[in-house]
Design a protein around this ligand. Structure first.
Ligand SMILES: [Zn+2]
Length: 130
């Protein structure tokens, strides 16, 4: 192998490595962004529910009609919750959860036969080839 070939080859594998790292970091950035978005939406839901409580109480106390505002808030909050569920699923896709023991809910490494916590026999996700 000539010097040039060696340099080119190592540069190539370096480039490929960087690409893999880039993809992984991209996922982390994406999942951090989504988590931030979810916490923002959760805060909004919290505020809406607080406002709803106030409106319901004001309606009761002052016998005023806040029905329209209450309905608007109820619908907005429902949409926000749906959005949170959607984003949470996206986050889960980016960070697949390790399998958990059906008996004690402890995480176990893939291909473990028995739970390290409670000794429960674990179902194999991929049956071993014979
Ligand atoms: Zn267990």
């Amino acid at each position: 192998m000539t010097f040039l070939e060696r340099v080119t080859k190592s540069a190539k594998s370096l480039g490929e490595g960087a690409k893999t790292i880039g993809g992984k970091a991209g996922d982390i950035v994406e999942s951090t962004k989504l988590k931030f978005e979810v916490s923002k939406l959760e805060k909004e839901v919290e505020n809406n529910i607080y406002a709803l409580g106030n409106l319901v109480f004001m309606q009761f106390k002052e016998a005023a009609d806040h029905e329209e505002e209450i309905n608007r808030l109820l619908n907005t909050t429902k949409v926000l919750e749906e959005e949170i569920v959607k984003l949470s699923k996206e986050i889960e896709k980016l960070n697949p959860k390790p399998p958990v023991c059906p008996k004690c809910n402890e995480e176990y490494p893939p291909n473990a036969k028995y739970c390290m916590n409670c000794g429960e026999k674990l179902a194999q996700e991929t049956p071993p080839a014979e």
